[in-house]
Design a protein around this ligand. Sequence first.
Ligand SMILES: NC(=O)c1ccc[n+]([C@@H]2O[C@H](COP(=O)([O-])OP(=O)(O)OC[C@H]3O[C@@H](n4cnc5c(N)ncnc54)[C@H](OP(=O)(O)O)[C@@H]3O)[C@@H](O)[C@H]2O)c1
Length: 255
Amino acid sequence: MYVNSADQAFSDHVALITGAGSGIGRAAAIAFAEAGAHVLGIGRREEPLKETAAAHANIEVLAMDITDDGAPAKAVSDAVRRWGRLDYLVNNAGATAVMPLAESEQQVIVDLLALNVVAPSLLAHEALPHLRETKGTIVNVSSTYGHRPMAGGAHYAASKAAVEQLTRSWALELAGEGVRVNCVAPGPTQTDVMLHAGLTQEASNEMYAYERDRIPTHHVAGAEEMAHWVLRMAEPTGRHATGQIITVDGGLELI
Ligand SMILES: NC(=O)c1ccc[n+]([C@@H]2O[C@H](COP(=O)([O-])OP(=O)(O)OC[C@H]3O[C@@H](n4cnc5c(N)ncnc54)[C@H](OP(=O)(O)O)[C@@H]3O)[C@@H](O)[C@H]2O)c1
C-alpha cells in the first residue's frame, strides 16, 4: 500500500504512464491507482498490460509502441477521451543497451534515442495543452547513469542525461503556467530491464550482485520503492518543487 493522507489529492485525477506492463511502470500504475487516480498504462505487449490492469480497478491499458508515428498523440487523446482530463504524464518506458564504443551500431543508437528521448518529448508535447488546463505534472524517469559516466553503456547514459536536461529546461519554460516537471533517477532496481536488453538471466543476476556490492546501502531496490518516489514527485501538495532530479539509488551516485 502506498496511500497516505496527502494522496486524497489524487482522487479523480488522470495519469498516463508508459511502460506500465512491467517493473517500475507497473508499480507506478498501481501506486497512482491506489492513491485514487485513473491510470492509462501504455506498453507494447498486451498480456503484461492486462496483468497490470487486473491489479486495480482504476487502471486501464492501451497496447502501442510509443515510438510509432502518431502514437504519442493517440496515447494522450485516448486518456482524455476516457476521463476528460490529464493531470500526470509519467515518462517511464525506456530501455538500456550494453554497447562499448568499439561495438557501436547505428540502429541501436537510433532506437535507444527514439525510445528514451524522442517518444517522451512527443508525449510531453501532446500532453501539454491538457496539463496547462489541470496545472499538471510531468515525471520523467532517468537513471543514476543520467549524471554519472557508464563505461560500456555510453549511449544509455547519454539518453538519460538528455532526459534530465529536458526535465530542467521544460520546468523552467513551464513554471509560470503552473505545469511542473520533475524526474526520478533510479539506481539498479530489480526488474527485467537487463533481460529486455538481451542479457541472460544469469548475466542479469551477476550484474545485480555486482551492483549490490557497490551500492553503499548494499540493497538493490524493488520497483515499488521507485514508484513511491514517482508518486511523491507528482503529488499536488509538493507543488513548489519543479525541475528536480531525485536520485534513488542507496547512495550509488555518491561514490
Ligand atoms: N531497473 C533498473 O535498474 C533501472 C535503473 C535506472 C533506470 N531505469 C529506468 O526505469 C524505466 C523502467 O524500467 P524497468 O526497470 O521497469 O524495466 P522494464 O521492465 O524493461 O520496463 C520497460 C517498460 O517499457 C515498455 N516499453 C519498452 N519499449 C516500449 C515502446 N517502444 N513502446 C511502449 N512501451 C515500451 C516495456 O513494455 P513492452 O516491452 O511491452 O513494450 C516495459 O514495460 C526505464 O526508463 C529504465 O531506463 C531502470
